[in-house]
Design a binder for this molecule. Structure first.
Ligand code: BES
Ligand code: MN
Ligand code: ZN
Length: 500
């Protein structure tokens, strides 16, 4: 979809559709009032008759409204004016775009971006309008033999800003939003692909493709023998049961104007399918374990976004990718493996494999002397129980870093919530036979998983995002969400040309 920015009166737009808001209690927005005046009170008449009450997300499509130059006027309910915040703004845009995409207009001018949103400037509104619009029209149909046909899909959206002096800001914000949306599209596509297509090799090929499309992204792929030479015994122990060979993907994007700026490292869990291994998972919903590489996908998506924006940051992406399968060669409960850090781990449960592959990637990250390392992983089912599908779990050994990530998540409407990493939680990992075990008891499973990771992150500032509840949706809308690409991109952008 194409986006442009414009400033001007709604009644004067020559367009297939002009979109204006109506607040709850039948209060037209400023732009709806302008249409009302031009049409001699047609809008207020409709509102008076009760056809548009302004409930959040309600829509009413009008044709040939007198006094306007557009073919259609779409009224969108905005809810109560004083409650109009991030969530309401995004819902209104989503409803409008979904409706536009299903009706005859292949182009429209959106006035909702002129509405005031508490604590948010015009740049925020434009960026989010673009992201939400792209999210709303996303479809994954590459594997259907007969893709469902959209008669006249929405091709072009013009976003209106209050003043001419907002145009430049608006254009930059739209470009940012589009880059984030493209990153999310990539993450969603990779997540949605089944595990018989999206193998470790396939992920590595898509990373190389990204490097070919954006030469600023340097891509290196390590194969099994190279991982063996690095003594990545923990990572490799997870691959033993699989016939798919593992890949360790390294992305480097070094574009900070300060050449000595230390990089931010993103580490993404890339389990292309998680059967649980010998500690086999139950059958119900096991198909969803194709999404167990969504952390990896979010790293690739974030690199796509910052490369498209030409962000002036230094970032490194690390993706350990493999399958977790049972077989005669698979790792068994009780097996002891030696990680790249030299620490030994008793694998009491082969289904706690994410932390095993992340451990070696986190040790590999040390060579960059990073400013910060953030890992992103669909790590624990317990995370879904704790925070549901709204917030990702955040853990960190550094409060400043944690604060920065929480703020980025808030600004990007891709929120995270911090959980404790207190020493008291570490004791569950005690092992009688190795340095420690890969699982603790059932209690606080997400925290003890983070505790396990913390044993490999002593040398730098580190945060862990458990995205088990946020990376994909279940049920009717089953599919990858592209989260947390918006959070990660927003966080990285905050490092642009920062003077230390
Ligand atoms: N990939 C899963 C976590 C997961 C499960 C995410 C369900 C989303 C939905 C992870 O590898 C796993 O299996 N974790 C185990 C850990 C346990 C064995 C300590 C879990 O959460 O059950
Ligand atoms: Mn598992
Ligand atoms: Zn897993």
């Amino acid at each position: 979809m194409e986006f442009t920015i414009k400033s001007g009166s709604p009644e004067k737009q020559r367009s297939a559709c002009v979109v204006v808001g109506v607040f709850d209690n039948r209060k037209p927005s400023l732009s709806a009032e302008l249409i009302d005046r031009a049409s001699n009170g047609y809008i207020s008449e409709i509102i008076r008759r009760g056809d548009m009450e302004g409930k959040l997300g309600a829509t009413l499509l009008l044709h040939n409204v007198r006094g306007t130059l557009a073919d259609r006027v779409l009224l969108v309910g905005l809810g109560k004016e004083r409650d109009f915040r991030d969530h309401e703004f995004r819902s209104a845009i989503r409803s409008a775009v979904k409706l536009l995409n299903e009706t005859g207009s292949y182009e429209a001018v959106l006035y909702l971006t002129e509405e005031k949103v508490k604590r948010r400037e015009v740049a925020w509104r434009v960026e989010h309008a673009v992201v939400v619009a792209m999210e709303a029209v996303y479809r994954f149909e590459q594997l259907k033999s007969q893709p469902t046909e959209v008669r006249r899909p929405l091709r072009k959206l013009t976003l209106s800003v209050p003043q001419r002096s907002d145009l430049t800001t608006g254009e930059k914000a739209a470009a940012h939003g589009l880059a984030i949306a493209h990153g999310m599209d990539l993450a969603r596509d990779l997540g949605n692909l089944p595990a018989n297509v999206c193998t470790p090799t396939y992920l590595a090929d898509r990373a190389k493709q990204l490097g070919a499309e954006f030469p600023e992204v340097q891509v290196k792929v390590l194969e099994r023998t190279e991982c063996e030479a690095l003594k990545m015994g923990s990572f490799l122990s997870v691959t033993h049961g699989s016939d798919q060979s593992p890949r360790f993907i390294v992305l480097e994007y070094l574009q900070s104007q300060r050449k000595q700026a230390k990089p931010c490292v993103l580490v993404g869990k890339g389990i292309t399918f998680d059967t649980g291994g010998i500690s086999l998972k139950p059958g119900l919903d096991m198909d969803q374990m194709k999404f167990d590489m969504c952390g990896a996908a979010s790293v690739l998506g974030t690199f796509r976004a910052i490369a498209e924006m030409k962000a002036q940051v230094n970032a490194v992406g690390l993706i350990p990718a493999c399958e977790n399968m049972p077989s005669g060669r698979a790792t068994k409960p009780g097996d002891i493996v030696t990680s790249m850090s030299g620490q030994t781990v008793e694998v009491l449960n082969t289904d706690a494999e994410g932390r095993l592959i992340l451990a070696d990637a986190l040790t590999y990250a040390e060579r960059y002397e990073p400013e910060a390392v953030v890992d992103i992983a669909t790590l624990t089912g317990a995370m879904v129980i704790a925070l549901g599908h709204v917030a990702s779990g955040l853990f960190s050994n550094n409060e400043t870093l944690a604060r920065a990530l929480l703020t980025a998540g808030d600004d990007a409407y891709d929120r995270a919530w911090q959980l404790p990493l207190w020493e008291d939680y570490q004791e569950g990992l005690l092992s009688n036979f190795a340095d420690f075990a890969n699982i603790a008891g059932r209690a606080a499973g997400s925290i003890t998983a983070a505790c396990f990771l913390s044993r490999f992150t002593k040398k730098y500032n580190w945060a862990h995002l458990d995205i088990a509840g946020t990376a994909w949706k279940e049920g009717k809308e089953k599919g990858a969400t592209g989260r947390p690409v918006p959070l990660l991109t927003t966080w990285l952008l905050a490092h642009e040309n920062r003077v230390p």
